[in-house]
Design a protein around this ligand. Sequence first.
Ligand code: ZN
Length: 141
Amino acid sequence: MSTVAIAPAPERPMPVPTRDSQPYWDGLREGKLMLQHCASCGKVRHYPRPVCPHCLSMESEFKAAPLTGKLHTWTVCHHPFNFFFKAEAPYIVALVDMDAGVRINAPLRGITEDALKIGLPLWLQFEPVSKEVTLPLFVAG
Ligand SMILES: [Zn+2]
């Protein structure tokens, strides 16, 4: 007699907010893109981190940013890095030059690869995946 091992369903990998990134995640949950600005030199940065890469200041503040940007590049994932995403493959991940001055990567939905071109206007939208966590995604503008 043999037994068959059944693997548990893969769990979605989730972000773990830090002291530095909590305002970003709170913003997504509230339907806003909150970006970190240096309180000393004023430059915007993303991902959230404690030290300004331009002037090394540790003082910063978060401000709401426009949700618009343009496609910088993309990749089509046929073999997801995590088994959880296998059911969604193939899917597009976009790297977007936000009008606010930073680059953000997130899934791009509602468009096929043959319609993509560098510079395509995109909108950041919000996908709640749990009570605490909302993730960004892009759609064509
Ligand atoms: Zn700075």
